[in-house]
Design a protein around this ligand. Structure first.
Ligand code: DOR
Ligand code: ZN
Length: 344
């Protein structure tokens, strides 16, 4: 039985680091294991220009713990006022690696996102021309659409039409949660990639709602039925290069999670690799872990894979149940089963 596994150092292709005290507190969990991460721009106010992205990158770099080697890959938050020239300049300077599309109102701090997709057409066309990926939060926000159907409806009503009308646009379907998304991704060409989170490989909607409500399992897109979780597991462990890790690790204080209207997000940065090793081993696919965490993402983003490695050992994972921040405690995602694998 495999007791130790050495893989190229992973990257996280979808990460929320927040700002200020929260950034200081959560960043070390990522830099301990990951070399790079695509940084989500949904701050308050959002990161809407290259100037704002540069300032945010500098604050992240200032918070990197001594001795750690970490590169934040910045993104711009797409609004109906985004300037195609600013986007192109941000990519050309090497600062920005993607633009993030939030449908207005879809999730945390998405109020400045897009309602009228015609208004962002010039930006999307520029991005197709220069090869800059569009990271998509793929849920419709129409109150008439059931929350469990919002991803599948988004693919039909928004994503597919955008891709058909913008040939060459490179798109990442982020944090996919349905068999519909897996099936769609599998039929597309190499302009399409899809990230999968750690938590969506582990929980289904019963974990959130059966036997009492579990706010720490509430995230967006919300976890779906078991058949969808199994489709995500099959995609992640398949070796198909279209699928790669984006943790969507999204810290909120317990005070903000445990409210009558609590925040969406699972904080998985500290134990993601332990959980993934367990999941891939359970599915007889440990040999595919490196592709999912360390190779497929860089290939999509046209970046070299990391040259250094990490080693996972089957010695029992040790991670805190909470981390302490100046804003209050943040609960670490509990997969609900013991974790055998630890990053050495
Ligand atoms: O669960 C989530 N939390 N989903 C998102 O899309 C946003 C994120 C956050 O920023 O908290
Ligand atoms: Zn996210």
């Amino acid at each position: 039985m495999t007791q130790s596994l050495t893989i190229r150092r992973p990257d996280d292709w979808h990460l929320h680091l927040r700002d200020g005290a929260m950034l200081q507190a959560v960043l070390p969990a990522t830099t301990a294991h990951f070399a790079r991460a695509i940084i989500m721009p949904n701050l308050v106010p959002p990161v809407v220009t290259s100037a704002k992205a540069m300032e945010y990158r500098d604050r992240i770099l200032a918070a990197v713990p001594e001795g750690a080697d970490f590169t934040p890959l910045m993104t711009l938050y797409l609004t109906e006022d985004t300037d195609p020239a600013d986007v192109a300049a941000a990519q050309a300077s090497g600062l920005v690696h993607a633009v993030k599309l939030y449908p207005a109102g879809a999730t945390t701090n998405s109020a400045s996102g897009v309602s009228n997709f015609d208004k962002v057409r010039p930006v999307l066309e520029k991005m197709a021309e220069i090869g800059l990926p569009l990271c998509v939060h793929g849920e419709v926000t129409d109150p008439d659409i059931d929350i469990f159907d919002r991803e599948a409806v988004f693919i039909d009503r928004v994503l597919d039409p955008i891709r058909l009308s913008t040939p060459g646009l490179r798109v990442v379907m982020e944090h996919i949660t349905t068999k519909d998304a897996v099936d769609y991704a599998r039929t597309q060409d190499d302009t399409l990639g899809a990230t999968i989170t750690t938590h969506h490989l582990v929980i289904n909607r019963n974990h959130i709602l059966a036997g009492g409500i579990k706010p720490h399992y509430y995230c967006l897109p919300v976890a779906k039925r078991e058949e969808h979780r199994l489709a995500l597991r099959a995609a992640a462990t398949s070796g198909d290069a279209r699928f790669f890790l984006g943790t969507d690790s999204a810290p909120h204080t317990d005070a903000n999670k445990l409210l009558p209207c609590g925040c969406a997000g699972c904080f998985t940065a500290p134990n993601t690799l332990s959980i993934l090793a367990q999941v891939f081993e359970e599915d007889g696919a440990l040999d595919q872990l490196e592709g999912f965490t360390s190779l497929n993402g860089p290939a999509f983003y046209r970046l070299p894979a990391n040259t250094d490695t990490i080693t996972l050992e089957k010695s029992g994972a040790n991670y805190p149940s909470h981390i302490d921040t100046a804003d209050g405690l943040v609960t670490v995602f509990d997969p609900g089963f013991p974790l055998d694998w630890a990053v050495r």
